[in-house]
Design a protein around this ligand. Structure first.
Ligand code: UD1
Ligand code: UDP
Length: 354
């Protein structure tokens, strides 16, 4: 059977690397890259490093307003679906590429499988929240990473086609952990194990609002800790625009977005991680590193419930306090599955398409 996978943003490449390997055992996969992310450290490098098959199509959409970006992607994906007539479209997560893949497929009556279904932040000002809700409504197969996700769908009346499979990013960590241990990132950056903080920031609520970005930057600087910040292009633009770049650069190791293995090495060895990323919150949990989340809510509630993640928003005092005092006070559970989510999804797809 023929499956079209639609990807476009960094975390989707990492997830697709796992799933692609499994579905290719029994099906023909066509990879459509929307071009949402396009710089090599945000895109192409992951294909090489994680040995993801080269995309069959690249729509080259690039940046734009939500409507511009999503609209161009829908047009591009629809044409491919009409030409290729696949049996299934596979979409990942909650980006505009996910929404576009879903919208294109539903209109030409191709069934949709959604990897990471059922996640909710209950914050409709997040573009991702709208994308998730709409894609879940459109999907025939809903692959949930957690019980919470299954419950969220149930509350919205979605029970058919829902499968609890575990978290595909946990699969990725288990698959790549040994290779990541060989990364030379610590030596390269002059860092010592458990003596630095790893920071990632890219949510519009943190990067586009001057006062929020300033509160984060100032808290990081005044912590006096060694800090490494692989900087997302959205954030780099804002740091430059608000002229924070120079003061940050003196106090903080600002590096370009890291490859997955190098980033995993940095994450595993960090004293604490500060992030507003969805994926990075979970990875901190998988690695057993305390996480300080620069948001007021999270979709990954298990990390907070188990005591390994604390929500501090973009509030300078709360960020500083957490850097100084936050210590996990519980055991990590098994909420994210057994590392075999990709295999399980592939098996369900096999049965569905048989
Ligand atoms: C997107 C997703 C977000 C996800 C994130 C992963 C949406 C609405 N947002 O956010 O859910 O967490 O990806 O990283 O889909 N840019 C570059 N080079 C690149 C990519 C982006 O310079 O390779 C710049 C562009 O100028 C763009 C900005 O970064 O304006 C933001 O990129 P965009 O893809 O719109 O959203 P992200 O913030 O990356
Ligand atoms: N990541 C990476 N290099 C970096 C920062 C993050 O490889 O410099 C990886 C990280 O390990 C995780 C994923 O990117 O697997 C998270 O993506 P991102 O934070 O961009 O998006 P989100 O998860 O918030 O949608």
């Amino acid at each position: 059977m023929k499956i079209v996978s639609v990807v476009g943003a960094r975390p989707q490449f990492i997830k697709a690397a796992q799933v692609s390997r499994e579905i290719r055992k029994h099906h023909k996969e066509i990879i459509v890259h929307t071009g949402q992310h396009y710089d090599p450290p945000m895109s192409g490098n992951f294909f090489d490093e994680l040995k993801i098959p080269k995309p069959d199509f690249n729509l080259g959409v690039g940046p734009g307003t939500h409507a511009e970006q999503t609209g161009k992607m829908v047009v591009g994906v629809e044409k491919i679906l009409m030409d290729e007539e696949p049996d299934l479209v596979l979409v990942y997560g909650d980006t505009n590429s996910t929404l576009a893949g879903g919208l294109a497929a539903v209109k030409v009556h191709v069934p949709i499988a959604h990897v990471e279904a059922g996640l909710r932040s209950f914050n409709n000002r997040m573009p991702e929240e709208i994308n998730r809700i709409l894609v879940d409504r459109m999907s025939q197969l809903l692959f949930c990473p957690t019980k919470t996700a299954v419950e969220n769908l149930k509350k919205e009346g979605i029970t058919e086609g829902v499968h609890l499979v575990g978290d595909v990013m946990y699969d990725a960590v288990l698959h790549n952990r040994e290779l990541a241990m060989k990364s030379q990132m610590l030596e390269k950056l002059g860092l010592k194990e458990k003596e630095y903080l790893l920071v990632t920031v890219h949510r519009p609520s943190n990067t586009d609002k001057r006062e929020n970005l300033e509160a984060i930057v100032d808290a990081l600087i005044s912590s006096g800790e060694t800090i490494v910040l692989p900087v997302h292009p959205r954030t780099l633009k804002s740091l430059k625009k608000f002229k924070f770049h120079a003061k940050l650069d003196e106090a903080i190791k600002l590096i370009e977005p890291a490859g997955y293995l190098d980033f995993t090495c940095l994450a595993m060895n960090a004293k604490k991680i500060l992030t507003d990323s969805g994926g990075v919150q979970k990875e901190a949990y998988f690695h057993g590193v305390p996480c300080i989340t620069l948001r007021e809510e999270t979709e990954w509630v298990e990390t907070v419930k188990d005591g390994w993640n604390v929500l501090v928003g973009a509030n300078g005092d709360r960020i500083l306090d957490a850097i100084r005092t936050f210590e996990p006070d519980g055991e990590r559970g098994e909420s994210y599955g057994d590392g075999k989510a990709s295999e399980k999804m592939a098996k369900i797809i096999d049965d569905e398409l048989a």
